[in-house]
Design a protein around this ligand. Structure first.
Ligand SMILES: NC(=O)c1ccc[n+]([C@@H]2O[C@H](COP(=O)([O-])OP(=O)(O)OC[C@H]3O[C@@H](n4cnc5c(N)ncnc54)[C@H](OP(=O)(O)O)[C@@H]3O)[C@@H](O)[C@H]2O)c1
Length: 349
């Protein structure tokens, strides 16, 4: 094992939450996924070491679900953390570890090696969930500007996506991953995948927070027996500059959220987490701050919001997508809306 800072050593925290008290959701394949996970994307500003330390700290207070991705550039460091957690006494089967295939690895010959790299970096012999991170095979350099475009960028081409999906199905057959799924999909794209998949997705990761509730997509996913995982559940207050526009709204400043937070004497972020779990999606909040990740975990094991509070939050949806994805556009003069099939049909070249 590589040398770990003492802060990264796993131990059961006396003020933590018993992981057995954290609710689970069951995938259609019978997998049990904890109803909250820790996000690990440092928004291009938080060092991998700090995130790896938070992973051990979060496990020490009771987290068992971690949302990773090759593109976050920290899987090797998180691998050390996971090793420390397992060596510290948490059985591997209690953990739920997700990783994602990055956009420059969609080619048939690249999928399995990319998966194996994540598996090796995370120091595991299987993953619980492997997602196709975006339905576009388009690369952009880490930290790039919002106007950056790759000359090789392509639109969604279903037959190509299915070739990538077949490789995920192969990983399942090889026993290297327990569940496969999608991320950043739309209803028209999911319809095609459900039509053509041999194994349908177990989970779909999608942006979900009070100001971006995606009711139609959420309902579609639930009706099709797919577990919704909600990213940026707090409204990603520290997201990269490329993901900010002047019209973005701020969930944790919304008067409805603030009022409930005042009633419970917690940070508004905690209300976003409570709302998410109670609504039926699995939030994966990012935090490197022990007080914050512990309050987010406690949020899911304490009294629920009232029906009136849930109704009031349902009414503050602003349809405000934060992670718009401009850098994945494939030609000039497009807008980010072209990525999201807003007219109910897949945007073609
Ligand atoms: N599939 C995809 O394409 C995709 C896209 C985006 C994100 N994700 C995943 O989703 C995860 C979460 O999304 P995100 O990182 O964009 O944003 P987020 O979870 O909505 O927000 C994280 C921010 O909220 C703060 N925070 C967390 N808990 C808090 C609390 N209780 N009180 C006050 N502040 C709190 C954190 O600061 P502190 O660190 O100071 O607590 C951090 O700055 C990512 O890390 C990643 O794993 C996936």
């Amino acid at each position: 094992m590589t040398a770990l800072a003492s802060t990264q050593l796993f131990s059961y925290a006396p003020d933590g939450v018993n992981p057995k008290k954290v609710p689970h959701k069951t995938t259609y394949t019978g997998g049990k996924i904890p109803s909250i996970g820790l996000g690990t994307f440092g928004s291009d500003r938080i060092a991998g070491e700090q995130i790896a330390t938070a992973v051990v700290g979060a496990a020490s207070v009771g987290y068992r679900h971690f949302d990773c991705a090759a593109v976050y550039g920290n899987e090797q460091l998180i691998g050390d953390s996971l090793r420390s957690i397992v060596e510290g006494g948490v059985p591997r089967e209690e953990l739920w570890i997700t990783s994602k295939l990055w956009n420059d690895k969609h080619a048939e010959e690249d999928v399995i090696p990319a998966f194996e790299k994540s598996l090796q970096d995370l120091r595991l012999d299987y993953l619980d969930l492997y997602l196709i991170h975006w339905p576009f095979p388009n690369y952009h350099a880490p930290g790039c500007d919002v106007t950056s475009r790759s000359p090789d960028a392509k639109p969604y081409i279903h037959e190509n996506f299915m070739k990538t999906w077949r490789k995920l199905e192969k990983l399942l057959a090889m026993g290297l991953v327990r569940h496969i799924g999608t991320s950043n999909m739309t209803i028209p794209k999911l319809r095609l995948l459900l039509r053509d998949a041999r194994t349908k997705p177990a989970c779909n990761e999608m942006e979900l927070h009070p100001h971006f509730q995606q009711p139609e997509l959420l309902q579609f996913v639930l009706e099709n027996g797919i577990v919704p995982i909600g990213f940026s559940p707090i409204g990603s207050p520290a997201r990269p500059d490329r993901d900010r526009t002047a019209s973005d709204t701020v969930d944790i400043e919304d008067p409805v959220i603030v009022k409930v937070a005042e009633r419970l004497n917690v940070h508004p972020a905690v209300i976003c987490i409570k709302w998410a779990v109670q609504r039926g999606q699995i939030p994966i909040p990012f935090s490197i701050n022990r007080r914050n990740y512990l309050s987010n975990l406690r949020a899911v094991t304490t009294d629920p919001l009232t029906e009136q509070e849930m109704d009031a939050i349902a009414r503050i949806d602003r349809n405000c997508r934060l992670i718009k994805g401009d850098v994945f556009l494939w030609k000039e003069n497009q807008t980010w809306e072209d990525l999201w099939d807003l007219k109910g049909e897949i945007t073609t070249p």
